[in-house]
Design a binder for this molecule. Structure first.
Ligand code: ADP
Ligand code: MG
Length: 280
């Protein structure tokens, strides 16, 4: 199979869901790794103080290492904190560490506090040496100033949904937050991509929730579904994505399929139907 096309301009995704443990970080690093394998230059911005994305990408992120905290609070150029991942291909990461937990309070005193990440990305993109086809921002499980910075900086939202009870309820809260962001901070932000994760094929509930989500968001939900698979959860303890840890495993293959779909669909406004059009 030929590699999917590369976007001409950077596509910036925020991977969001205010629930914890739904697969945001796992989705971020594995989609990013798969796209890098297709030949894309990919940047992951770790915006969660837990630093799980940094760990999964094999990027050191202890307290002494320049991190996204320095970018947001100290005004350090993003280019100065980016490290190359140990994964295959052109995959990079702006790491986070626990300093970031205190960043929200410090950011409140800074000018343009909702746009610190957007400004840092713009500065990065203005330097032609720093071209990226894709940027993925891994969000913390809350709707604080860090997530707001991600929403201001991104054009596309990728929502991982765990196929279980109340999946749609949590989603409506996230969608109304995005609507609010559209009115104020970022009119261009749109939910382009929904990925069903931790799918358990044996349960009827999983199939029902998946069907429900597809009915509500026919344009956004990817065909590929990520099954619940042990190899996926093992990979981070080896500082790897499942895509490199066990390339031929079902988890890896489904993430590669999801990444190919994202690449094939292209940026919104090209071949994609927007959320707005879908709900009109
Ligand atoms: P979040 O970033 O939303 O908090 P994570 O990506 O960290 O969620 O996932 C939560 C936990 O579930 C982690 O331990 C992760 O390894 C595990 N996990 C994620 N996706 C899968 C999957 N498809 N199969 C099995 N375990 C998974
Ligand atoms: Mg996470």
């Amino acid at each position: 199979q030929p590699a999917p096309p590369l976007p001409a301009r950077p596509r910036v995704f925020t991977v969001s869901n205010q629930k914890g443990g739904v697969g945001k970080t796992t989705t971020t690093v594995n989609i990013a790794a798969a796209l890098a394998r297709f030949g894309a230059r990919v940047l992951v911005i770790d915006l969660d103080p837990q630093g799980n994305a940094s760990t999964a990408l094999g990027v050191p992120h202890h307290g002494e290492i320049p991190s996204i905290y320095d970018v947001l609070v100290e005004g350090t150029p993003l280019a100065d904190v980016i490290q190359k991942s140990t994964e295959d291909g052109e995959l990079y990461c702006a790491p986070s560490n626990l300093d970031l937990a205190g960043a929200e309070i410090q950011m409140f005193g800074i000018d343009r506090r909702e746009f610190l990440l957007r400004d840092a990305l713009e500065r990065l993109f203005n330097d032609s040496e720093n071209f990226y086809h894709y940027v993925f921002i891994d969000c913390p499980p809350s709707l604080g100033l860090l997530t707001i910075n991600a929403f201001s900086a991104a054009r596309e939202v990728l929502i991982p949904i765990q196929c279980e009870y109340y999946a749609l309820e949590g989603l409506s809260q996230l969608l109304s937050t995005i609507e609010m962001i559209n009115k104020g901070l970022n009119p261009y932000l749109e939910v382009t991509t929904i990925l069903l994760t931790m799918f358990d094929t044996r349960t009827r509930l999983a199939h029902e929730v998946a069907a429900d989500v597809r009915t509500h968001f026919p344009q956004q939900v990817l065909q590929a579904v990520i099954p619940r698979a042990v190899r996926v959860s093992e990979a981070p303890s080896y500082s790897q994505t499942v895509v490199s840890y066990d390339t031929m495993s079902v988890g890896s293959i489904s993430y590669i399929e999801a990444a190919a779909e994202i690449a094939q669909r292209g940026a919104p406004g090209t071949t994609h139907t927007t959320t707005q059009e879908a709900t009109d």
